[in-house]
Design a protein around this ligand. Structure first.
Ligand SMILES: NC(=O)c1ccc[n+]([C@@H]2O[C@H](COP(=O)([O-])OP(=O)(O)OC[C@H]3O[C@@H](n4cnc5c(N)ncnc54)[C@H](OP(=O)(O)O)[C@@H]3O)[C@@H](O)[C@H]2O)c1
Length: 256
């Protein structure tokens, strides 16, 4: 019998593709997101391929709701060996007409939603002497970007949060992997009306993340060319240069 993996945000995009990939690797997978029909279809697909999957529709921003969802999946599948806290949202940030709503929503899902899931699995991992927590942050964590300030801030918060938790977890045998993807095809990026350099296919992204999980990488960034670009160039660009590059991409969506 394989190990148990729970994936949040499994109803679409990276989470969906990664759940399929983990099931193919032999994990019994527990699927969480709000859209029940999508989760049912995914669980059926995994079972058709000979895997084991269970799902519980739930929102990650409800602390009790996510606790209950993970407890329900644990009852059906067994204790959690691997948590992939992937659910996330990206909303625009209007700098000149500031409103806290989008920022609050992004932090509720991208930071607190992740932490609630962590809170639900780590005590049992500690008791059992090991486990693996994977969070899907973003290359956007490296620099606040015009139009996406709230999203970047939420992903930076998530990255730093796990960085601070990791040393204590390591002493309890719990591994942590923080994933920083570049642009990946998904419902999230489908909405973007600007050029997305090195946009990657969803299944390929899922295979790369699954590989990083197998290798128990502490931090995993991809695609590597985008990672270098962001870490060594974008992150250090003067504000005016960055703003004009972002403006140029947004004003010429025909290049998509
Ligand atoms: N695509 C990219 O280029 C990219 C790049 C860097 C990082 N990321 C990160 O990758 C992760 C997956 O994103 P994606 O690109 O695959 O986008 P996506 O296709 O929009 O998937 C987002 C997933 O999160 C779930 N979700 C959203 N809000 C939720 C909530 N309140 N409670 C429970 N589930 C919720 C959605 O399911 P329901 O709507 O059914 O609840 C969906 O399954 C996100 O954390 C995102 O920030 C993506």
């Amino acid at each position: 019998m394989g190990e148990v993996a729970i994936v949040t945000g499994a109803s679409s995009g990276i989470g969906r593709a990664l759940a399929v990939e983990l099931a193919r690797e032999g994990y019994r997978v527990g699927l969480i997101a709000r859209r029940a029909d999508r989760l049912d279809a995914l669980a059926a697909q995994i079972r058709d391929e000979g895997g084991r999957a269970e799902c519980v529709p739930a929102g990650v921003t409800g602390r009790d709701e996510i606790q209950r969802a993970i407890a329900g999946l644990t009852e059906r599948l067994g204790p959690v060996d691997l948590l992939v806290a992937n659910a996330g949202i990206a909303l625009g940030t209007d700098a000149l007409v500031p409103a806290a709503d989008a920022l609050e929503a992004e932090f509720r899902v991208n930071v607190f939603g992740v932490f609630y899931a962590i809170e639900a699995v780590v005590p049992s991992m500690r008791e059992r002497g090991g486990g693996h927590v994977v969070v899907i942050s973003s290359l956007a964590a490296h620099r606040g970007l015009p139009g996406a300030a709230g999203y970047c801030a939420s992903k930076a918060a998530l990255t730093r949060l796990v960085e601070g938790l990791r040393p204590d977890w390591a002493r309890a045998g719990i591994h942590a992997t923080t994933v920083h993807p570049g642009y990946v095809r998904s419902e999230m990026t489908e909405r973007n009306r600007f050029r997305m350099p090195l946009l990657m296919d969803t299944d390929r992204a899922a295979r790369l993340i699954a590989g990083a999980i197998r290798r128990k990488r502490k931090v995993y960034e991809f695609p590597w060319r985008m990672s270098l670009l962001v870490r060594y160039l974008v992150r250090h660009l003067p504000d005016r240069v960055l703003a004009s590059l972002v403006r140029r991409d947004r004003e010429r969506p025909e290049q998509l």
